[in-house]
Design a binder for this molecule. Structure first.
Ligand SMILES: Cc1cc2nc3c(=O)[nH]c(=O)nc-3n(C[C@H](O)[C@H](O)[C@H](O)COP(=O)(O)O)c2cc1C
Length: 366
């Protein structure tokens, strides 16, 4: 049996659901082209802003978090900002990228502060390059919030609704909003975004974190001249948190609104779980940084094998299949009680044990 990994989301056709997430893997057209040559289904660019002169990165800016027993990297903290490349360069590169790879969707990640003119100018200029859609970065947890950007907007439902309305007024392209996991419930933000007619959600951005302390120097990491600042946590360790966000968002979404799942994906099995919880596409950042763009081969193979095992012919048949089995704790207690009663019922004449009154009761319909 051959399976079809392609999927159409908000009118955009992806040959497979694997997209580079916004970050170093999509930092310029050269690296995005390389990923397309290797078979990635699409790419979200590193976040573009109007004035890149405000973006000043530090070195170092990453810390790997390792399992003390195996030394495997399980998490990754970064204090990297959005793209420090001028918008004029991005405009040229995106035009060329779309000419060279017309069948490969490019989603432009963009960010601005709470300023209508900036959001509308940014989206109009980038739309003119021929990209396929937008992802609004309302979720970067470090650096940007100091400038009233990123998570400073995305944790506030009113601001989210406002920004999406501005961008929707300025563009005809699909608009996804990238969500922060640094909140208890994403639902008020989902409702606000849907009020503004958002087309999709991308979840999650990184989790605000402190990577650790070097116990020789007693200085926190990543260490910049002896100091640090809280950064964004990503990689395999964040997957369960991301799955919870994706499932809750997908469950609250209108039918025509899509979800792109992000967070700790390294294998086709990881991707399958996001899809079963409602994602139609998945995005990968840290996995590609640590293992290379070549993981696309195993990602597509493993996902195809899982689809074949469960007789899914098209990817869309798999989207959201496991959502109905997530419920409240009170519900779990009821379901468990019902199952217990069911098991206690005599099914065959041989099952009667002599507790005749309770065994009779167990066979009465409720
Ligand atoms: C070094 C680094 C830089 C990132 N830069 C951006 C960015 O510019 N814009 C953005 O929306 N997300 C950015 N992210 C977040 C990722 O796109 C992604 O949401 C997050 O890392 C979780 O996915 P992962 O576990 O596959 O990395 C960055 C992540 C990392 C690790």
């Amino acid at each position: 049996m051959s399976v079809d990994l392609s999927i159409t989301v908000n009118g955009i056709h992806f040959k497979n659901p694997f997209l580079l997430a916004s970050g170093p893997p999509g930092t310029n057209a050269r690296v995005i082209s390389k990923s397309f040559d290797l078979g990635w289904g699409g790419a979200v660019t590193k976040t573009i802003c109007l004035d890149s002169s405000i973006i000043i990165n530090t070195a170092p800016r990453y810390t790997k978090y390792r399992d003390p027993k195996t030394n495997n990297v399980i998490g990754f903290t970064n204090i990297e900002l959005i793209s420090d490349r001028p918008i004029e360069i991005w405009e040229k590169e995106l035009v060329q990228l779309k000419k060279n790879y017309s069948d490969r969707p490019v989603i432009a990640s963009i960010a601005a502060s709470l300023n209508q003119n900036d959001w509308q100018q940014l989206s109009k200029r980038i739309e003119a390059t021929g990209v396929d859609g937008f992802e609004l970065n309302l979720s970067c947890p470090h650096g940007l919030p100091d400038k009233q950007m990123g998570m400073a907007l995305g944790e506030d439902a009113q601001r989210v609704e406002q920004v999406i309305s501005w961008v929707k007024d300025a563009t005809k392209l699909p608009v996804w909003v990238k969500m922060t996991p640094n909140i208890g419930s994403p639902i008020p933000i989902v409702h606000a975004a849907q009020n503004a007619n958002v087309d999709g959600f991308s979840s999650i951005n990184t989790i605000l974190s402190l990577a650790g302390v070097n116990l020789d120097t007693l200085r926190p990491q990543p260490t910049v001249e002896g100091y640090t600042t809280p950064g964004g946590y990503s990689g395999v360790a964040v997957k369960p948190i991301a799955l919870r966000h994706v499932m809750e968002i997908a469950r609250a979404c209108h039918d025509d609104v899509s979800v792109s799942g992000i967070g700790g994906i390294v294998t086709g099995a990881d991707a399958a779980q996001f899809i079963l919880f409602g994602a139609s596409t998945v995005q990968i950042c840290t996995g590609a940084m640590l293992h290379g763009y070549e993981i696309i081969q195993s990602l597509t193979k493993q996902l195809s094998d899982i689809m074949e095992q469960h007789a899914f012919t098209h990817l869309s048949e798999m989207v959201g299949k496991s959502i109905p089995y997530v419920t409240t704790h009170a519900d779990l207690v009821d379901i468990q009680e019902q199952a217990k009663q069911q098991k206690a019922r005599p099914q065959r004449d041989n099952d009667w044990k002599g507790e005749i009154a309770s065994e009779t009761d167990a066979l009465i319909t409720q």
